[in-house]
Design a protein around this ligand. Structure first.
Ligand code: GTQ
Ligand code: FE2
Length: 365
């Protein structure tokens, strides 16, 4: 690469002798464990993000039967820990990651199966597309999992799952596994082989404490960075979205389009994201409505919860329906259009970059 300023006039850069000495210099750099910036500046410091991950769509009609097949062939137990099958972005060279920072997986528990307790520094959530009958026990608190619910497992909380029903159950897991792995922050501990509490309460202890909007238990011992509430129930999320759509102007004009309601799952004690490393949201588009076209330096994963429509990502249109999952790399244009109505769950790595003052988000004209 040539420079356009500070050019030395006493050197003939094009001479064969110069070229040979340069090649030798690069060989010696490599041998000494050194690498120049100038030959790789564009790759190392691009003008804007150049994600290796690609926009990709997984169909629920393909994910679910494959997860069910694995239940006939692979037991759940100590060691492997979970029957979770990740969604691997084809741009990431075979890594089992949806984006460079986000793990998205379908987890499947056959009737009366248990997944043993463990804990890890990775944060996790479960989002339930369909079914019920599984309780996830988070630090000894059994939390029911049902359609439309978001269940949290903040980092370093013990957790195990058990299916008490005669039906299998599958759901979407989201974790920050790739972010934690690539930054060498992973710690893991096995818990007891038997679940600490096999009871199946209607509501978890965390919900009994934090059950009212805007109401903090007086006994609360102070805010923690991740949410003290382990379950965000569909009835509440649905009601909040329906209420927003009653506002003709969307509430905050310019941020969302008309006919687009959106809520973020937050820590009720702080108003911040429910988890420290992942942002979780639910969106609803009225029949025929379109979202604004946006892009963000955060990468994200979206799952259609209900309805059908079109996702436009990286300039390509994809028809999507219930359960379909879309990975959206950093700085990739994204918009949605609803058919008869469209409910979408999403998660992203935005909290990480927000805390580091790296997050950039824009509405594309
Ligand atoms: O349910 O504990 O998809 O530890 C990946 C790792 C789920 C879990 C995953 C996990 C879990
Ligand atoms: Fe886990």
């Amino acid at each position: 690469m040539t420079t356009t300023s500070s050019h030395r006039t006493d050197i003939d850069f094009d001479s064969p002798e110069h070229q040979a000495r340069l090649a030798e210099l690069y060989r010696d750099f490599a041998a000494a464990g050194m690498a120049p910036l100038w030959t790789a500046r564009e790759e190392l410091m691009p003008l804007s993000p150049r994600p290796r991950a690609v926009a990709h769509l997984w169909r629920w009609s393909e994910l679910y039967p494959l997860a069910a097949r694995s239940a006939d062939l692979v037991p759940v137990g100590r060691g492997g820990e979970r029957r979770a099958i990740s969604l691997a972005n084809p741009g990431l060279g075979g890594s089992p990651y949806a984006t460079p920072t986000l793990w998205a997986a379908i987890q499947y528990l056959a009737p009366h199966e248990n997944a043993p307790e463990h804990r890890h520094t990775q944060s996790a959530f479960r989002f339930v597309l369909e079914g019920e009958g599984v309780w996830t026990v988070v630090d000894g608190d059994p939390v029911a999992m049902r359609r439309g619910d978001l269940l949290l497992t903040p980092g370093w909380c013990f957790h195990g799952h058990h299916n008490v029903s005669d039906q299998p159950m599958a759901w979407l897991d989201g974790l920050d596994i790739p972010f934690v792995s690539q930054t060498d922050q992973g710690f893991f501990e096995f818990g007891p082989d038997e679940l600490t509490d096999r009871s199946v309460p209607e509501r978890s202890r965390s919900e009994l404490l934090w059950g009212g909007p805007g109401l903090t238990p007086v006994s609360s011992t102070g805010a923690r960075p991740s949410s003290p509430l382990m379950a965000y129930r569909w009835a509440h999320t649905d009601a909040a979205l329906a209420a927003q759509l009653e506002l003709e102007d969307g509430g905050y004009p310019g941020v969302v389009s008309a006919g687009h309601a959106a809520v973020r799952f937050t820590n009720p004690a702080t108003g911040g994201d429910a988890l420290t490393t992942m942002r979780t949201e639910m969106h609803r588009l009225r029949a025929g409505a379109s979202s604004l076209r946006t892009r963000s330096s955060a990468s994200s994963v979206w799952q259609v919860f209900a309805g059908a429509g079109t996702v436009t990502v990286g300039g390509a249109d994809h028809p999507v329906g219930r359960g379909d999952v879309v990975a959206v790399p950093a700085w990739t244009e994204l918009s949605f259009r609803a058919g008869d109505g469209l409910d979408l769950f999403s998660f992203s790595d935005a909290p990480v970059f927000e805390k580091l003052h790296l997050l950039r988000t824009e509405v594309v004209a």
